[in-house]
Design a protein around this ligand. Structure first.
Ligand SMILES: Cc1cc2nc3c(=O)[nH]c(=O)nc-3n(C[C@H](O)[C@H](O)[C@H](O)COP(=O)(O)OP(=O)(O)OC[C@H]3O[C@@H](n4cnc5c(N)ncnc54)[C@H](O)[C@@H]3O)c2cc1C
Length: 416
């Protein structure tokens, strides 16, 4: 069975690998010269299963009003004359209800737990080095309101059988001694032991090599224009102007899945949420953290990759342009240096931004479409690294017609 995987970010590469393991003959296409050159290039590195909570939380509408017009807000909605943005934005806000919030959190948590198991299997099978740290994640925050919110989330996680513990400021410093020098005024934290971190870019390139060993072909500098259909099936994919025919197709184009779907008459409710990252050389200091952290007040995650410290975060809904914004990059730098003032060389920080492919209910879209041989694995938003291996495993089970580990309806396009 010949399969075309469209996109070579972490989602496309994991899809190709898991499909090849099941015996599919896979070709991956991407417009970039290498794998993981777009959103999977320099993300926050967290495998954060306990961060399953949707960004469209019940208090988001109120916060958006408070943050309106503030360029330094953690989440910025810049209204544009774009019907796609309005349609998506309205549905995103309609999903910010208590009931849908916990439903989505449950779906993402189940996928996250499965994904962690799948990642561990890949590590065991392929011996991949990607600066992995399995020390858990410490989430810190500055206000009593955030403490109460985190306590409620921690209780919910505990009720689902997932361990997370609230810590005082002093206990946070015991968990991560590098916090002793912090100048930012965090009041406490929550620590989860099951979470991990590692460089998603290194992982994707190493998994691409493993996929090649299984016979997967990767075609780069390959721009996908459209899919053609005939009698309810996809007939071909047009790459660099040439139609190519396969038995089955998988769409993993990140935020751009929306456009390819639209050309085929499919509505895939994904919109880009831009975020920034900085990578700071540690340069021999022992003032950098060993464990991965989240600065909840600033929406910034921090992960150590060997002698580099990666910090990533903030959210901006402002179309598809991945242009840099120094102010927002500096917000990420301020967050990491507020917690770890001597962690590395701020002047030498490498700056980057990427577009999180966010679905309206903050849950990925995996599985069948109304075209018999077209499948989706896309819309992973802020958790594409965390959910990648489990999503690809689920996709490969669906495409093989096997019994799936999780209820596929939870992730299907039909749920919208
Ligand atoms: C600042 C930031 C921090 C993040 N931190 C974390 C984190 O700590 N943990 C976590 O789990 N997740 C994190 N994420 C989210 C994660 O990075 C994404 O969910 C993930 O990278 C999405 O992967 P993808 O393969 O779906 O998309 P992409 O990596 O964007 O891949 C899509 C691919 O499709 C290709 N493509 C698109 N259109 C075309 C076309 N027409 N023709 C050919 N090729 C095309 C692109 O070139 C690209 O390679 C973060 C994201 C950001 C932006």
């Amino acid at each position: 069975m010949k399969v075309a995987v469209l996109g070579a970010g972490i989602t496309g590469v994991t899809s190709a690998y898991f499909l090849a393991k099941k015996g599919f003959e896979v070709t991956v296409f991407d417009r970039q010269p290498l794998a993981a050159e777009e959103t999977s290039f320099a993300n926050g590195g967290q495998i954060s299963v306990t961060q399953a909570f949707p960004w469209n939380s019940p208090d988001l509408p109120g916060k958006l009003v408070k943050w309106l017009g503030r360029d330094d807000a953690p989440l910025v909605f810049r209204l544009r004359n774009d019907p796609h943005m309005w349609r998506w934005g309205l549905k995103f806000l309609l999903n910010a209800r208590r009931k849908t919030f916990y439903e989505s959190a449950g779906r993402v948590l189940r996928l996250g737990l499965h994904s962690r198991d799948c990642l561990h299997q890949v590590i065991a099978d392929e011996n991949i080095d990607y600066d992995r740290q399995a020390r858990g994640i410490l989430k810190v925050f500055n206000t009593q309101e955030e403490w109460d919110d985190m306590a409620a989330r921690t209780q919910w996680l505990n009720d689902q059988g997932v361990a997370q513990k609230m810590l005082t400021r002093e206990e946070c410093m015991e968990a991560e001694p590098a916090l002793a020098a912090a100048t930012s005024s965090f009041i406490g934290g929550a620590k989860s032991d099951i979470d991990e971190s590692g460089d998603a870019h290194s992982f994707t390139l190493a998994l691409e090599a493993a996929a090649k060993r299984l016979g997967v072909s990767f075609v780069y500098n390959a721009t996908i224009d459209h899919l053609t259909e005939e009698a309810g099936r996809v007939k071909s994919v047009t790459v660099n102007g040439k139609p190519l025919a396969f038995d089955q197709y998988v769409m993993s184009l990140g935020s751009f899945s929306y456009f390819l779907g639209k050309k085929l008459g499919l509505h895939i409710p994904i919109y880009p949420v831009k975020g920034y990252s900085v990578t700071v050389p540690i340069e021999g200091t022992n003032a950098a953290p060993m464990m991965s952290l989240t600065d909840e007040s600033q929406h910034v995650v921090i992960s150590r990759f060997g002698d580099r410290l990666r910090a990533a975060g903030t959210a901006e809904m402002n179309g598809y342009e991945a242009a840099p914004n120094k102010r927002r990059e500096d917000m990420v730098l301020d967050s990491v240096f507020g917690l770890f003032p001597h962690a590395g060389n701020r002047e030498k920080a490498e700056r980057w931004c990427g577009l999180r492919p966010m679905s309206v209910d903050s849950t990925p879209i995996i599985g069948k479409t109304r075209f018999d041989n077209l499948f989706l694995n896309t819309g992973h938003g802020p958790l594409g690294w965390t959910l990648s291996c489990g999503s690809a495993d689920l996709l490969s089970q669906i495409m093989s017609g096997e019994k799936t580990n999780l209820d596929i309806q939870d992730y299907s396009l039909d749920r919208f």
